[in-house]
Design a protein around this ligand. Structure first.
Ligand SMILES: Cc1cc2nc3c(=O)[nH]c(=O)nc-3n(C[C@H](O)[C@H](O)[C@H](O)COP(=O)(O)O)c2cc1C
Ligand code: SF4
Length: 393
């Protein structure tokens, strides 16, 4: 029987240039209608947390403040993620159109693209796209301007409130929440912050209607998703696929035939061992709780030649380096986890010490201030639990 491959989609990367028509059509409609379309499409944020995009825009639109902002989060710091770079390179006008519609709905006149420092090379072509877009807005008499803000390469500055702090010229440290950005974001004004891919999806929804998007995917995970595929694969790259696929299908299509694990969602995501490939679905947790795994797009494949101890060590090194140090559970916890796994590997601590380290990681999930410290347990516990024999002396 012929093997059925996952369908490659091109909603986002399709070379369409009807920004003017889409803006005209969308601006003629009421804000409520546009927001309802977004809500009924089922679009959820593609930056990782999966907050419903229509609801985010609605909350910001309800704030009664004169000054509001739209920010495109292009910090893309999660290890193994490189899809936003490609979206901004090939279809920046779709992202800009999404920002302009959002601005119109919430009542913002100013937008920013927070561009990852390492993507400096993208700046000239993005500025060109923005100039062209501004000319179109001028013709349409739309009062909205977009600027680029260049980050400095800190992973934590992808976290929305640390990003605002960094834009305000302060240390990139997360704020307490609430208040949430839709009420108090950049400069304490109501702000919609969306991932690059989220904004690009809104273009397709405005163009083709919410049904086409909703028809793709499953239950709580609708539409398509852009994946960055790396590691032990003969075909590394960027792929737009239907959300809600089984991990087994993904491995059948993308791995080299010897995959022993897939890290879904980067260093802050989960490691799935071979025995669970067919029980795991890629999507947000909803009715499928327990079997579905969300991802901002990073899919790292490891074959049997890889040491999962080295993989975990690498992630912990990353977290120690990138923790902003503001709260004790994360600042001290990341270091202790790294020292702990090294001690077990060298035989200086018994294998039972790994259980204590897992308790520490779980304590960090509950007590750390932001998503960085809270998610260290995801990769830590899933790697230690599934590959314990590789962690010990
Ligand atoms: C440590 C950390 C890093 C993050 N980095 C990014 C990032 O690089 N890009 C991104 O879009 N979201 C990132 N996020 C999520 C943002 O805080 C925020 O949820 C997102 O930009 C919202 O957009 P969305 O609703 O379109 O997903 C990060 C979160 C955390 C905790
Ligand atoms: S969890 Fe880590 S990154 Fe987040 S505020 Fe605390 S120290 Fe900073």
């Amino acid at each position: 029987m012929k093997k059925k491959h996952l369908q490659r989609l091109d909603l986002i990367f399709k070379n369409e240039h009807d920004t003017e028509a889409i803006l005209e059509k969308t601006f003629k409609r009421s804000n409520d209608d546009v927001i309802n379309d977004l809500i009924s499409s089922g679009l959820k944020g593609r930056g990782g947390a999966g907050f419903p995009t229509g609801l985010k825009w609605k909350l910001a639109s309800e704030e009664e403040t004169e000054v509001k902002y739209v920010i495109c989060n292009a910090d893309e710091g999660e290890p193994g993620t490189f899809k936003d770079r490609e979206i901004l390179s090939s279809v920046p006008h779709k992202v800009l159109a999404g920002m302009a519609v959002c601005a119109r709905i919430i009542g913002a006149k100013k937008g920013f693209i927070y561009l990852r420092g390492e993507y400096l090379f993208l700046k000239p072509q993005l500025l060109e796209a923005i100039d062209k877009f501004h000319s179109l807005l001028d013709e349409m008499k739309v009062d909205f301007r977009v600027e680029i803000f260049l980050g400095s390469g800190a992973y934590i500055c992808g976290e929305e409130s640390a990003l605002f702090e960094s834009m305000e010229g302060k240390r990139g440290e997360p704020r307490n929440k609430p208040p949430f950005p839709t009420a108090q974001g950049y400069k304490d004004k109501p702000t919609v912050i969306n991932n690059v891919e989220t904004l690009a999806h809104t273009y397709s929804i405005f163009k083709y209607g919410p049904e086409k998007f909703r028809d793709l995917g499953i239950q709580d995970s609708r539409g398509s998703k852009v994946f960055s595929v790396s590691g032990d694969t003969p075909v590394p790259g960027i792929y737009e696929l239907e959300f809600g696929m089984s991990l087994q299908k993904f491995v059948d299509d993308f791995a080299d035939g010897d995959a022993k694990a897939v890290q879904v969602g980067g260093a802050s995501g989960f490691c799935v061992p071979r025995k669970r490939f067919d029980k795991t679905v890629i999507g947000y947790q909803g009715k499928l709780r327990g079997t579905s795994l969300p991802t901002g797009g990073s899919m790292m494949i490891f074959n049997s030649s890889r040491s999962m101890y080295n993989v975990l060590h690498n992630y912990l090194d990353f977290f120690v380096e990138e923790s902003c140090g503001q709260c004790t559970p994360c600042r001290v916890g990341t270091q202790q986890l790294l020292l702990g796994v090294e001690a077990v590997k060298k035989g200086e601590q018994p294998s039972s010490y790994l259980d204590k380290l897992m308790d520490l990681a779980e304590a960090m999930r509950i007590t750390a201030k932001c998503g960085l410290g809270q998610s260290v347990a995801n990769s830590f516990s899933s790697i230690v639990e599934n590959f314990k024999e590789e962690m010990i002396y």
